[in-house]
Design a protein around this ligand. Structure first.
Ligand code: MG
Length: 378
């Protein structure tokens, strides 16, 4: 199961914007990984919602624990395929650092607010700004001075772009696919959040084992196997045993599907990967169907439930309100952000400021401006 010929050749690194001496015992991707782990934006993931906000349970994922799960799955896949595990790990750890507070509601709200200025919010672009500029910890340069390959992977892990589509990204090889190490992230992310959201949804009592099995045939098969092996264990244990098998099915499907796609497309080296007309990391058809079934089930039984929708509407409303507040009163922005407004459009500065907030910082800021309690009436 080796794709070692397609592994990113670390001796072909395009390098860093600001040249640096090699480290005596860490390679360049290990250094990038460590820089990401020590970034403030990485630590802020701890107080950013993944799906369930505060108040649901102390056991549910936040964006940091989700990120760790993505890294663990992505590394397993990279290692099974003999790809560069350090490169993949660095990208997995960075993949969500551009996320605003309150999960997708935050992203949608910022996008809506920016649309009023003919602009938009893109969390991958925001992540790039974080590692290129906002993080300040080195004397010689702004940002983290990550390798070109990690920056390219951050930008392209979930989508490709063509030349001219985003002129500001033209240095990142438009039209070319990223290395396999970066292509792994998107599906590792999906496997991680689909299975984790099923876990959290089950813990929240949103559905039963048989309801999942009734909707996802592959899950039904796995549950049947677990019940046959362990006829007298409680549902919570049956669920965990089945979930573990499900993760295995999805991850194995991802590993084997990628090997097949590489063979089908006749890819022999990194250049073939880059010039392939499509992405090569994919799942075999059966696990892919299970993954789609899972996603659909989660939309119906988790993401669309009223308590989450209520949180979502409230978060969007509050983000838009805070955004409008700073547009009307730029003098109330923290000093560092005010000085950016001298060079950049105000809506961009306000968007960056809010996007960087944790859920908790957002709530405190909002309450300080609009008051506690029924702040929305204030
Ligand atoms: Mg993610």
């Amino acid at each position: 199961m080796s794709l070692v010929a397609l592994r990113f050749p670390i001796d072909r690194l395009a390098g860093r914007r600001y040249p640096e001496e090699p480290h005596p015992y860490r390679n360049e991707f290990q250094r990038d990984r460590d820089r990401i782990v020590h970034a403030r934006a990485f630590r802020r993931l701890e107080d950013k919602t993944q799906v369930f906000g505060e108040g649901f349970s102390d056991h549910f994922r936040n964006r940091l624990t989700h990120t760790i799960e993505v890294a663990q799955i992505a590394r397993t896949v990279a290692s099974a395929l003999s790809l560069d595990e350090d490169f993949t790990e660095a990208l997995a750890l960075a993949h969500d650092i551009g996320h605003p507070p309150f999960a997708h509601a935050g992203e949608e709200a910022l996008n809506r607010a920016m649309a009023g200025f003919g602009d938009k919010f893109d969390h991958n672009l925001h992540a790039l700004h974080i590692v290129e500029d906002f993080e300040r910890r080195y004397a010689r340069f702004p940002g983290l001075n990550l390798t070109f390959e990690v920056r390219e992977g951050m930008l392209k892990h979930s989508r490709d772009f063509e030349r001219g589509e985003r002129p500001e990204f033209d240095e990142y090889l438009p039209g070319l696919r990223p290395p396999l190490e970066a292509q792994i992230i998107d599906l590792a992310d999906e496997v991680a959040y689909n299975t984790a959201d099923l876990d959290d949804g089950f813990s929240a009592g949103l559905f039963t084992l048989d309801e999942i099995a009734g909707r996802i045939p592959e899950y039904g098969v796995l549950l049947g196997e677990v019940r046959a092996d362990h006829p007298n264990v409680p549902d919570g244990i049956l669920f965990q045993e089945t979930l573990r098998k499900l993760i295995n099915v999805l991850v194995s499907g991802l590993i084997e599907g990628t090997i097949e796609a590489v063979a089908r497309n006749g890819c022999r080296d990194l250049d073939d990967v880059r010039h392939a007309g499509r992405r090569l990391v994919e799942m075999l058809p059966r696990p892919a169907a299970a993954n789609r079934g899972l996603k659909k089930f989660l939309y119906e039984r988790v993401y669309s439930i009223e308590p989450l929708q209520l949180e979502r509407r409230r978060a969007m409303e509050e983000i838009c309100r805070l955004f409008d507040h700073y547009i009307a009163h730029p003098d109330r922005l923290p000093e560092g952000h005010q000085s950016r407004a001298a060079e950049l459009a105000l809506h961009r500065v306000v968007c960056d400021y809010i996007a960087g907030m944790t859920d908790g910082f957002f709530r405190r800021t909002y309450a300080a401006i609009f008051g506690q309690g029924d702040a929305r009436e204030a």
